[in-house]
Design a protein around this ligand. Structure first.
Ligand code: NAD
Length: 284
């Protein structure tokens, strides 16, 4: 292996340490902690695990997390009523609606209802529109974390070729926007792209968010590239792997994120950051 590991866990920890110190000061001045409302619908085991990680991270930095656990058969109207109440609640700074929702619910309508001020996941159309306008309020968490990981390598993105595999609203589309804002020339690769490996071989920075286990092997990599693996797949042995064949790609790239310990911890720390900034921007 020749690539250097981009240690998302360590970078996230150093950001958490700074946030913890900041929250102590903010709490003292406001006489309350920043508060994140975590809305979980149903009992999907993976969602329960993700929510548990987020609540634990909140506790580590002194952010209060409030659980709103709703029955899996809740109606759209009742879910929306809960979200409206959280929008109005002055003691709540951020709202996290854990996705995916059960199939009978309309996620987009529910997300649309979240106040952009409290949209710490950066998913509402207002948050995403502000991002395109280079006036981000809350940048969505995974793309913000990816940018931090890319920056940690010291690469100057101006004029560099970046390729993003995947174009989802959650990851691919906003990270492509952010890379473009940082000066890179960005190409999007998706499930309909012809000869994606050839396009990826031109990338100085390759972000892989396809959700396809080990899609990217060494023949997709330009020697010396920065490779960010967003994918998460749990094997039958319980071990996590990504969209990138780590061993093969690490032999050719200059920098690579591991799975686990790469993008995942940065997604959570971006959520904490957004909560703190929502708290600071709250109306008195
Ligand atoms: P998604 O399914 O919404 O989008 C996947 C995208 O990849 C689509 O745009 C699709 O066109 C593209 N794609 C699918 N197959 C492809 C192929 N063979 N070649 C090229 N492109 C292809 O998924 P998402 O929400 O963007 O998540 C992507 C992956 O990242 C998933 O594995 C998810 O679990 C993971 N994820 C990780 C984190 C984290 O914090 N680490 C956060 C969000 C998502």
């Amino acid at each position: 292996m020749s690539a250097q590991i981009i240690d998302g866990k360590a970078i996230a920890q150093s950001i958490k340490d700074k946030l913890k110190a900041e929250v102590i000061t903010l709490r003292a001045a406001a006489e309350r902690a920043p508060c994140l409302a975590v809305v979980l619908v149903g009992n999907d085991p993976a969602s329960e695990v993700y929510v548990g990680h987020k609540k634990k991270a909140c506790a580590e930095v002194g952010i209060e997390s409030r659980s709103i656990t709703l029955a899996g058969d809740i109606t759209q109207a009742a879910l929306e009523q809960h979200l409206k109440q959280l929008n109005e609640d002055p003691s709540v700074d951020g709202i996290l609606l854990q996705l995916p929702l059960p199939a009978h619910l309309n996620s987009q309508s529910a997300i649309d209802l979240i106040s952009p001020r409290k949209d710490v996941d950066g998913l509402t159309p207002v948050s995403q529109g502000l991002l395109i306008w280079r006036r981000p309020a809350h940048v969505s968490c995974t793309p913000a974390g990816i940018m931090e990981l890319v920056r940690s390598t010291g690469i100057n993105l101006t004029g560099k070729r970046a390729v993003v595999i995947g174009r989802s609203v959650l990851v691919g589309a906003p990270v492509a926007t952010l890379l473009g804002h940082a000066g890179a020339t960005v190409t999007g690769v998706h499930s309909k792209t012809v000869n994606p490996a050839a396009i990826c071989r031109e990338a100085d920075v390759l972000v892989v968010a396809a959700g396809v286990k080990h899609l990217v092997g060494s023949e997709w990599i330009k020697p010396g590239a920065v490779v960010i693996d967003v994918g998460i797949h749990r094997g039958e042995d319980g071990k996590l792997t990504g969209d990138v064949d780590f061993k093969e790609v690490a032999a050719k790239a200059a920098w690579i994120t591991p799975v686990p310990g790469g993008v995942g911890p940065m997604t959570i720390v971006s959520l904490l950051r957004n909560c703190v900034s929502a708290f600071k921007a709250r109306k008195p």
